[in-house]
Design a protein around this ligand. Structure first.
Ligand code: 5GP
Ligand code: MN
Length: 336
């Protein structure tokens, strides 16, 4: 275990550092990782962000993006960097299974592991932990790590601020989830003062879709939406043929589940998509409904109360039926 004083001392010298985040990185995964990266390089550290898989184009513009290494595309270099690292920062995840095969390499590495995360039930693989499930984003925790713990507010420059703003904006669904507290708004205000261009960041993330993506969304809403009024639940399910027909790429499915949740009566929304041999589920809920419990108990996943995900090895139809069969267990929570 490392305490803050030892970690601070360790970071006083330039170190070989790897920063990694969960597979299929989202805005918070990339924003928290690159925010930390842009902070560390100012102090002469040899830092590299390694993502377990690729990530959507609407996230490929953040400062430092050009230096990101994608594990699946650069396995050997990634393995060497992980093995040689002195410190490995793990942002926006807390279980090594979330970084796929990289988990074994990170587990084996002699590096100190620093977890910066806001998910439930952290696994015990870290040496230092900055973890708070009440944080709306890992990027919020990177901010408090730099400012409150390492006392380096002056190093929150425009690049750091831009990345952290992106992480907070995306994970808080544009500042509207219940965990977007006044403290979060104060941090966001500091990030804007430090140079984050809020309107530009919003456009880059949310107004940069392809025509295909919009037509795919139209298809999902017109043809793939099923409402189960007796459970206040909505399901959008998409098969392999649709994915191929609309040429759906990484990230094109992001956020579609929220349209199902936007119906007044819907308390639980599911987006179920078949890609290759895997079926992936994204759940969103309103209020107290524990979407993560369903993912953890039945779909080998997890997440937050109102936003969670999981997967199934069964075919699409069987997965949809399994999801429906679970709803009676939650009926009282769903219809209140
Ligand atoms: P999404 O629906 O956007 O894929 O995921 C929503 C949230 O659920 C993510 O922020 C992540 O915390 C969590 N999540 C998604 N998939 C998984 C999974 O397979 N395992 C775990 N533990 N969490 C997941
Ligand atoms: Mn997050």
């Amino acid at each position: 275990m490392l305490d803050l004083a030892s970690l601070t001392e360790l970071l006083d010298q330039p170190r070989k550092i790897v920063i990694t985040t969960h597979h299929k990185p989202d805005g918070d995964a990339m924003g928290s990782s690159l925010g930390l990266y842009n902070y560390l390089i100012q102090q002469g550290h040899h830092a590299k962000v390694i993502t377990p898989t690729d990530y959507p184009d609407f996230l490929n513009w953040m400062p430092g993006n050009g230096e990101v290494i994608i594990y699946t595309e650069n396995t050997e270099l990634s393995a060497t960097l992980i093995a040689d690292a002195e410190i490995i920062f793990c942002t926006d995840f807390n279980s090594l299974s979330r970084i796929n095969e990289m988990g074994v390499l990170v587990g084996k590495s002699a590096a100190y592991k620093v977890m910066i995360d806001h998910h439930l039930e952290p696994e015990d693989f870290d040496d230092y932990r900055h973890w708070d499930i009440n944080a709306c984003a890992a990027a919020q925790l990177v901010y408090t790590f730099i400012v409150d713990q390492l006392k380096h507010k002056e190093l929150i420059n425009k690049d750091v601020a831009t990345c952290l703003y992106t992480g907070i904006m995306t994970d808080s669904a544009s500042f509207r989830l219940p965990n977007t507290t006044s403290t979060v708004h104060r941090i966001v205000a500091e990030l804007i003062d430090a140079g984050a261009n809020n309107a530009r960041i919003h456009d880059l993330v949310y107004n940069s879709a392809s025509e295909n993506r919009l037509r795919f969304l139209g298809h999902c809403l017109a043809n793939c939406l099923e409402i189960l009024p007796e459970y206040n639940t909505a399901i959008i399910s998409v098969n392999k043929t649709d994915i191929a027909r609309f040429n759906v790429n990484t990230g094109d499915t992001e956020g579609i589940v929220n349209y199902a949740l936007s119906i007044a009566t819907v308390r639980l929304a599911a987006f179920i998509v078949q890609r290759n041999d895997k079926v992936k589920l994204s759940l969103r809920s309103k209020g107290e409904f524990p979407a993560n419990e369903i993912c953890k108990k039945y779909f080998n996943g997890g997440g937050h109360r109102n936003a969670a995900g999981g997967q199934s090895d069964e075919p699409l139809e069987a997965t949809i039926n399994k999801f429906k069969s679970i709803l009676p267990e939650y009926k009282t929570l769903l219809i209140q």
